[in-house]
Design a binder for this molecule. Structure first.
Ligand SMILES: [Zn+2]
Length: 400
């Protein structure tokens, strides 16, 4: 970092109370916010209170389901670049069995804090919030705006981020940092997801005179014989590895002695940069057309259940450079760029022209522990991330 920004960062670091950050993380974990009740508004109230202690007005935006809300807060000025810090307030359910500790106890053992939502992602939320509070307390002169957007329902249907996009639009978002677990790496790419549901229609008949019917299950298998070997236009990405295509469910038939009339199946496709989902859908249509042409009894249609593009940010993007540079200053070595197989709230926040703001995922913990029993997070990573958020914001949003 250049000296001027280093000095600003030092001012900020002096405002960080590490114990306060740990205590606030524990407080967020102790608030239960999983389906079906969710109650993200309870989390939002705790966040609003923390911001208020630093003189930041946070707005709770109620959603149309009871006790569910988003929260947003900003510092800096309206003109200039707008950097958004974002995290979700919901968690997956604790799962009833197998926890060695209370999933909402936020128990600390050595360098680990245990609980549902530690890594995914209340520790990340707390670190983002405290970073912003310290930037404010240190009086850092931002040349643009830094916002924190906390969302509801990310784990299920991106309920909160979709509502945010609808209420505020997203064209003013120039860059985003999402605090999902990244294990001391700077995530520059997340895989896309394309989920398809196929329905094949047949004609019921007694198996003894099967030529009078059409077997919807066999027609589905015919389709998959072709489609499961789908060749993607590009095979692999340095950060995301290969595309994947998996048939994940299939249901047909009710009894042994009748041809199935209907067969419903789903496919989960995960994509890397430069793979067009529209091209995949066109290829699906072509396979279906071929099968229909070969057999007039072949009837199959599909619907799109999820179409979330792969997002990737250039290594030389100013945001990526801001984070690399800050990590080097703070920790003596540049955190490595990497990619993740899951997608985040960012997919719900496209600009109106369909493009996406540069996105980084940086957060405490290891994503491999998410959604499992005994979820935990490294306490030193919570603190590291808070510092890195400050450094990244200073690099990105202050004059050189
Ligand atoms: Zn998450």
């Amino acid at each position: 970092m250049i000296q001027k920004r280093k000095d600003l960062l030092d001012r900020c670091l002096a405002c960080l109370d590490e114990q306060e950050l740990i205590d606030f993380t524990r407080e967020l974990i102790q608030i239960q916010s999983f389906p079906p009740a969710y109650n993200e508004r309870d989390v939002a109230l705790a966040i609003q209170k923390k911001f208020a202690e630093y003189g930041i007005d946070a707005v709770i935006e109620d959603l149309d389901q009871p006790n569910r809300a988003n929260l947003r807060a900003s510092i800096g000025q309206e003109e200039g670049t707008h950097l958004v810090f974002s995290g979700h307030m919901d968690t997956v359910p604790p799962v009833d069995t197998g926890w060695d500790r209370d999933p909402f106890g936020a128990q600390i053992e050595g360098n680990y804090m245990y609980g549902r939502g530690t890594g995914d992602m209340k520790a990340g939320d707390a670190a983002l919030i405290l970073a912003m509070c310290c930037l404010k307390k240190a009086g850092i002169p931002l040349s643009g705006k830094l916002s924190f957007v906390a969302t509801a329902g990310e784990e299920v249907d991106m309920y909160g981020s979709k509502a945010y996009a609808k209420a505020h639009g997203t064209d003013d978002i120039d860059a985003m940092v999402i605090a999902e677990a990244s294990d001391e790496k700077i995530i520059v790419a997340e895989k896309g997801a394309l989920w398809l549901k196929f329905t094949a229609y047949g004609k019921a008949a007694h198996p003894g005179v099967s030529w009078e019917g059409v077997n919807a299950l066999l027609n589905t298998l015919k389709f998959y014989e072709k489609f499961r070997h789908y060749q993607f236009a590009k095979e692999a990405d340095p950060f995301l590895g290969a595309n994947t295509l998996n048939v994940t469910t299939m249901h047909a038939g009710t009894i042994t002695n009748a041809l199935p009339e209907i067969c419903v199946s789903t496919v989960d496709i995960r994509t890397i940069p430069d793979i067009s989902h529209d091209d995949i859908l066109r290829d699906v249509d072509n396979v279906l057309d071929e099968l229909r042409a070969a057999d007039p009894d072949f009837k199959m249609e599909y619907e799109i259940l999820n179409n979330s593009p792969c997002l990737s940010t250039d290594l030389d993007d100013p945001l990526t450079q801001a984070a690399f540079d800050a990590s080097e200053t703070l920790f003596g070595k540049k955190w490595e760029p990497s990619g993740v197989f899951f997608y985040t709230d960012a997919v719900s926040l496209p600009h109106s022209d369909g493009s996406y703001a540069p996105l980084l995922i940086i957060g405490p913990g290891k994503a491999s522990r998410n959604h499992k029993v005994n979820e935990c997070v490294e306490i030193d990573q919570i603190i590291e991330c808070a510092k890195l958020y400050m450094g990244t914001a200073i690099n990105y949003l202050t004059e050189a």
